[in-house]
Design a protein around this ligand. Structure first.
Ligand SMILES: Cc1cc2nc3c(=O)[nH]c(=O)nc-3n(C[C@H](O)[C@H](O)[C@H](O)COP(=O)(O)OP(=O)(O)OC[C@H]3O[C@@H](n4cnc5c(N)ncnc54)[C@H](O)[C@@H]3O)c2cc1C
Length: 382
């Protein structure tokens, strides 16, 4: 008899597990509490301008994983796209991450790569021992670049003073001594021409998959299914019995403008005095199309309250304690697997979420055939 599987969440993780099981003969039911598929990768046409908008923040697909790249290309036509971020600070616009152009413009110089390296070394502060993010940034970059590009960012994005954040966050020198302004270093990079929602809907389009939107998971509905894959927040599964896992949330303030607004997709604002972290101008994600007007998002970050959408897991020491309690509780569960960015309380790019979903679905099918136990986590939160 065909087995019935319930998948909670129609983001990339849930959709791919659903697809892989469906093509292997399982009956799959997918619930999502939102009114749309694609989770946080959701894209939608803005009715006022006709521009495809990344509703939960800018998403660029980038990966070194050829299997993942080939997989997504089966379901979407990817346009080549290079993510080039700019930053406005101290009244000027620079290239980000800091590269040779940034250094030359910032210090009003014409350094060669070696001259720039020597210069940055000469202005770096010899702090010992390095205890915090602030110490590390000053040791790598010196005070001027730190103040302009790094000091305000943790305050705004994480609500944390850089002197209180661990040095481990900044492991390597965050500077390029060339003019490369490609934000990512991956082999494959692109944006689906018709958006991520169309891609996810194609993944879900299979006769063995039934999708129910606006359907919040209710523990009672778990019965009657042979196995559940849960991609919602880990603490919600347990009704927050061990406390709340800390998240940062984002708020997007949408506005429409005539013509062009900023001339690029993403402009970062690292200074503390500017309340938002960046401005996204969505028409630049489809540069092959022309639009008369434009739609932008001002992005604000804050602590995630109980009615907010969780975006970035905080994972400081307090969260590590709470998460280990939830992992212990999850290990006692039967018939459920926790997956994806929310149920494993990790930041994951789309390619990582997809790779893990493909791996988990493959393992599940193998173990199920051998009538073996299915793990609660294929990828553990800690
Ligand atoms: C601001 C931002 C920018 C990003 N940019 C990039 C980028 O440029 N490139 C990149 O590769 N990645 C990016 N990411 C990461 C990307 O968003 C994730 O990799 C991806 O969303 C993970 O998919 P998921 O299915 O695991 O989770 P989600 O997309 O969060 O999907 C989980 C789904 O579960 C549903 N759900 C939760 N609880 C329940 C419940 N109780 N009942 C029913 N449904 C439920 C939710 O509604 C949601 O639809 C970005 C993330 C953020 C926050």
């Amino acid at each position: 008899m065909r087995k019935n599987i319930l998948i909670i969440g129609a983001g990339v993780t849930g959709a791919i597990v659903a697809r892989e099981l469906a093509v292997n003969g399982y009956h799959v039911t997918v619930f999502d509490k939102r009114q749309h598929t694609a989770g946080n990768c959701y894209t939608k046409t803005d009715p006022q301008t006709g521009i495809l908008v990344h509703e939960y923040g800018p998403h660029i697909f980038h990966t070194d994983n050829t299997t993942v790249w080939n997989y997504v290309n089966e379901f979407a036509d990817f346009a080549p796209y290079i993510c080039q971020v700019k930053a406005t600070t101290q009244g000027k616009v620079f290239s980000l991450p800091i590269n040779l152009l940034t250094i030359n413009q910032f210090f009003n110089k014409t350094f060669s790569p070696q001259e720039a390296k020597d210069f940055i070394e000469s202005i770096s502060e010899p702090i010992e021992p390095v205890k915090s993010f602030e110490d590390q940034a000053l040791r790598f970059l010196g005070r001027d670049l730190y103040e302009a590009f790094f000091r305000g960012y943790p305050l705004k994005q994480w609500g944390m003073d850089p002197s209180l954040l661990p040095a481990s966050i900044l492991k390597r020198l965050p500077v390029r001594f060339n003019y490369n302004d490609n934000y990512f270093n991956h082999q494959y990079q692109g944006i689906p021409r018709e958006g991520y929602t169309t891609m996810v809907d194609r993944i879900l389009a299979h006769e063995n998959i039934t999708v129910h939107l606006n359907r919040d998971f209710n523990a009672a509905e778990e019965h009657g299914f042979d196995h559940v894959f849960y991609t919602g927040p880990l603490d919600s599964w347990f009704q927050h019995r061990a406390g709340r896992l800390g998240y940062r949330t984002l708020r997007f303030e949408r506005s429409h403008h005539a013509g062009d607004f900023q001339g690029c997709a993403v402009m970062s604002y690292p200074e503390e005095k500017v309340p938002f972290t960046r401005i996204t101008e969505h028409k630049y994600f489809t540069p092959w199309k022309n639009f008369e007007n434009t739609v932008i998002f001002h992005e604000y970050s804050s602590y995630c309250g109980k009615d907010d959408d969780p975006y970035y897991p905080i994972r400081l020491v307090e969260e590590e304690k709470v998460i280990s309690n939830y992992v212990e509780m999850a290990d006692q569960e039967k018939g459920v697997t926790f997956m994806g960015r929310l149920a494993t309380y990790r930041y994951m790019d789309m390619d990582v979420a997809i790779a893990e979903a493909l791996q988990a679905a493959g393992e599940f099918i193998k173990l199920d055939k051998q009538a073996q136990n299915i793990p609660v986590f294929f990828n553990r939160p800690i």
